[in-house]
Design a protein around this ligand. Structure first.
Ligand code: S3P
Length: 163
């Protein structure tokens, strides 16, 4: 059974939807940020501030390479993870990639920016980051979800496209 790999901007609902899918399908959820925090014994924000973004990206890649050898998980990816092609190549070996394409303005307006080092520069910066990432998310996506009327509904849409 392939992984279900959720990608998209910070705050678009990857962890929430991942959690619903995990319950519904009885498959484990692996959130890449939480897994890195568990393994490193510190928060993502601490890794960014103490060791720099490059170190965090290296940890993401190393984790993805391990995940490529496994299967059957729901993988909720950090928002910037798909920017490293090697990460996505590893996850795609054994995974179906679903892009949660929520409107970036709406996403930012509901975003909890605490603990998110790359969401500290305001709305315009967030929208610009989305514009820069959008073609990359699109490139990797096997399916794109645009219904964010409720988490339950979004999770149902994911299940529909995976059928
Ligand atoms: C990042 C998103 C975060 C986390 C890190 C960097 C990004 O994950 O991986 O702060 O580059 O967009 P979420 O998408 O879960 O917030």
């Amino acid at each position: 059974m392939k992984h279900i790999v959720l990608i998209g901007m910070m705050g678009c609902g990857k962890s929430t939807i991942g959690n619903l899918l995990s319950k519904k399908l009885g498959r484990p959820l692996l959130d890449t940020d939480r897994q890195i925090e568990k393994e490193q014994g510190c928060t993502v924000a601490q890794i960014f501030s103490q060791e720099g973004e490059a170190r965090f990206r290296a940890l993401e890649l190393e984790l993805c390479q391990r995940l490529g050898q496994r299967k059957g998980l729901i993988v909720a990816c950090g928002g910037g993870l798909p920017m490293q092609p090697e990460c996505m190549q590893a996850l795609k070996q054994n995974g179906t990639v679903v892009w949660l394409r929520r409107d970036p303005g709406e996403t930012y307006d509901g975003l909890d920016t605490s603990g998110r080092p790359l969401a500290q520069q305001g709305r315009e910066d967030f929208l610009a980051r989305f514009a820069q990432r959008e073609p990359v998310y699109r490139r990797w996506a096997d399916a794109v979800i645009t219904d964010f009327s409720s988490p339950k509904r979004t999770a149902e849409k994911v299940l529909e496209v995976l059928k």
